[in-house]
Design a protein around this ligand. Structure first.
Ligand code: ATP
Ligand code: MG
Length: 595
């Protein structure tokens, strides 16, 4: 909540929206605009909140991390300024859209912690519900000479558009009488023409075809598409264009601040012209909505174009839209990201007018900062090597324990047994140690082997090791010191440099662990038209059979842990079975990329 605002007391934005974690959101240019509009009373209207934003996805794919930025911005403004944010499906493209996408988009927005409900009312809208209104407004524009039916071929239309620096040429149909355009438009609706035969275009001004802004050159308003729509079925064979639909939908819904990405800057003159013209015609009340542009999110090591994401799914590079390597919301969720970490990330990257790249480590950092204080700890051995405690009796066990969370003693302790045979990480033994290596090293001549502490257990000394016929180390032998158990009097008398994680071989849970990494090796996989598939990271997924401390058998889907020294892991929401979780690595403990 920003300070010193007069309406602070009637704070009741979208009821269910969870507040962003951490401190109050940092300010940005959009907030500054909203605050000045609030102070000036720009959008004061009876019975309506002073700030109404919208998130307008096209239901033609899954939401990704770029959309999360827009969601956090739009819903965040509503939350922080006693406003309201609509979820609106921009569904004017019948061929590409589907109910499947509508459903997953709703799920993803909710999962991110936002709601389009306010005071018990849902604010879920579909542009397709406005088709009749949009049509009526188009007839009005034709009658007023603000639009005409163009019957040029697609080639002529493209040719006559001119280009940057070259003015366009008026269509020979531009000055046909309004009555003729109106009849043609009605016949287009009635299905008398084939796709592409005619098109409805705006005429913003007499010399619009010479405008230096290409999008002002008689933009298309309607095209003929004999296609089935996922909501309106076969009711329509003409469909409104995005540039026409969007401003009108905003105005119908009383949107105050219509936020979009920078590439729509050039579309703003048309946006303003359209809503002003229609407001003059009595279709909307003033003030009309205003469009503001912000920089889209470009995140390194991912692609966010829906077309490219779809290509990865279709050719089997990933297992689906929810593959944990995908930057989709469903992918990030399955990977183990929390909604709070994504909100935190969006707070941190802020909102500006300057395009740039955000490094993947910023997203991973937000995740670590979110999970560190709340993820229970556990021990996992990902690349197991047998450790045999030769002087520990076979078949016996001693209970060891450690805190569930080092900073939250109230969460209690977890216990696990110490037994004669344990699993340690392969990298914790070196036959010929390098300088400064403080883990297991064997005795050499009359030099004893190294002494290390088995974390939360005993101090042990390396006494030897076994190799198989190929020369691979297959077991390490140690002796333990009975009076060295962690937490018992005298344990501190043993001074050792190494502190090694382990699990008991007798009771460990064997589990599949998926070590995910970035999907691309190149920080900007598709920049400059690069072939993003040529820079795939071949090691983006490594699957290991790991040994986990026994309590992990109770892990349930979506439960997150910090596996000590390895990173953050989540029980996979798709493949985990009761008693048999499968884990995904969300991220490592530290940013080790490129180091
Ligand atoms: P694509 O071009 O890959 O199909 P899109 O941007 O057209 O994606 P929409 O469903 O139209 O996808 O997007 C819905 C909203 O999300 C829009 O308001 C758009 O500006 C915003 N958005 C999409 N991608 C990003 C991004 N990378 N950063 C910020 N906002 C984004
Ligand atoms: Mg779009």
């Amino acid at each position: 909540m920003p300070p010193n605002l007069p309406f602070q007391n009637f704070f009741m934005s979208n009821d269910k929206n969870t507040p962003a974690p951490g401190n109050a959101p940092s300010s940005n240019f959009v907030r500054a605009i909203v605050e000045s509009d609030l102070a000036a009373g720009t959008h004061q209207r009876d019975g309506l909140p002073p700030v109404i934003t919208r998130f307008p996805p096209e239901p033609n794919g899954y939401l990704h991390i770029g959309h999360a930025k827009s969601i956090c911005l739009n819903f965040g403004l509503a939350r922080d300024y006693a406003g309201l944010c609509h979820l609106r499906f921009d569904d004017t493209n019948p061929e590409k859209e589907d109910q499947e996408y509508v459903d997953t988009i709703m799920d993803s927005v909710k999962w991110l912690g936002f709601s389009w409900e306010r005071e018990g009312q849902e604010h879920l809208y579909y542009a397709s519900d406005y088709f009749e209104q949009l049509y009526k407004m188009a007839e009005y524009l034709i009658e007023k000479g603000h639009a005409y039916v163009d019957s040029q071929s697609a080639e002529d239309m493209a040719k006559n558009r001119g280009n940057f620096g070259t003015p366009g040429t008026n269509s020979p149909f531009r000055d046909r009488p309004a009555a003729e355009s109106l009849q043609l438009f009605r016949d287009m609706r009635a299905g008398k023409y084939k796709d592409g035969e005619h098109i409805l275009r705006a005429k913003m001004s007499e010399d619009a075809m010479a405008s230096p802004v290409m999008t002002n050159r008689d933009p298309a308003l309607y095209r003929i598409r004999h296609a089935h729509h996922h909501r309106t079925g076969d009711a329509w064979c003409i469909y409104p264009m995005y540039d026409y639909t969007h401003p009108i939908s905003d105005a119908i819904e009383n949107i105050t601040h219509s936020l979009c990405t920078l590439e729509f800057q050039d579309h703003r003159p048309f946006y303003d012209w359209l809503v002003e013209t229609l407001a003059e015609g009595g279709f909307f009340n003033k003030p009309v909505p205003r469009q503001y542009e912000f920089a889209r999110l470009n995140l390194t090591y991912v692609v966010t174009s829906k077309r490219k994401l779809r290509a990865l799914v279709d050719d089997g590079t990933v297992t689906g839209w929810d593959d944990p390597r995908m930057p989709t919301i469903v992918g990030l969720r399955r990977r183990g990201y929390t909604p709070e970490s994504i909100q935190l990330f969006c707070e941190r990257i802020g909102v500006s007018k300057a395009d740039g790249w955000i490094d993947m480590s910023t997203l991973e950092g937000a995740l670590r900062d979110d999970l560190d204080p709340k993820a229970p700890r556990a021990i996992a051995v990902l690349r197991p090597l047998k450790l045999i405690v030769d002087n520990f009796p076979e078949g016996e066990s001693v209970e060891c324990s450690s805190p569930v969370h080092p900073h939250h003693p109230e969460l209690g302790k977890r216990t696990f047994p110490f037994t004669r045979e344990l699993w340690i990480e392969q990298e914790d033994f070196m036959e010929t140690p390098t300088k400064g290596y403080f883990r297991f090293t064997p005795p050499v001549g009359d030099q004893p082997g190294s002494r290390v502490r088995l974390k939360y257990g005993y101090v042990v000394e390396c006494t030897g090791y076994d190799k198989d016929a190929d020369g691979n180390v297959i077991a390490v032998h140690v002796k333990y010191f009975e009076d060295s158990k962690s937490g018992t009097p005298g344990a501190d008398n043993y001074k050792v440099k190494g502190n090694i994680t382990w699990v008991s071989a007798a009771s460990a849970l064997e589990a599949e662990v998926r070590l995910y990494d970035r999907l691309f090796l190149d920080p900007q996989p598709d920049a400059g038209g690069k072939d993003f598939k040529s820079v795939l990271n071949p090691n983006a997924l490594e699957t290991v059979t790991a040994y986990l401390e026994p309590g992990m058998k109770d892990a349930v889907a979506d439960q997150r842990f910090q596996f000590e020294r390895h990173g953050y892991f989540v029980a996979d929401r798709v493949d985990s079975q009761p008693g048999k979780p499968v884990f995904n690595r969300v991220t490592t403990l530290k940013d080790s990329w490129g180091k």
